[in-house]
Design a protein around this ligand. Structure first.
Ligand SMILES: [Zn+2]
Length: 96
């Protein structure tokens, strides 16, 4: 009975390792667009125009630009305030 248990555990481990290996081979050989890419990597990062930090829009502080309709994303309210204070749509004009 114990032997049967050990054998089944061993088979499970081998099968798992085998499928992991197969996944790697498929991903390496495939290169098919739109497949085999985990959704976590598909999240497009936005760039904080003030400090240059890349953030996920879902976690960022958003600000709708006046007129343009584009949305700027910031890592913190501090950066957003800095951007608003800098104004005139020139992200890189920092005076410090
Ligand atoms: Zn920032």
């Amino acid at each position: 009975m114990i032997r049967f248990l050990l054998v089944s555990i061993l088979i499970t481990l081998v099968a798992r390792a085998f499928w992991r290996l197969m996944d790697g081979v498929i991903e390496a050989a495939g290169g098919r667009p739109g497949r085999a890419r985990p959704p976590a990597n598909a999240v497009k990062l936005a760039r904080d125009p003030v400090c240059g930090t890349f953030i996920a829009p879902a976690r960022a502080v958003a600000l709708e630009a006046r007129g343009g309709g584009a949305v700027q994303y910031f890592c913190s309210e501090h950066c957003r305030d800095e951007f608003v204070r800098g104004g005139s749509g020139r992200p890189h004009s920092r005076t410090s």
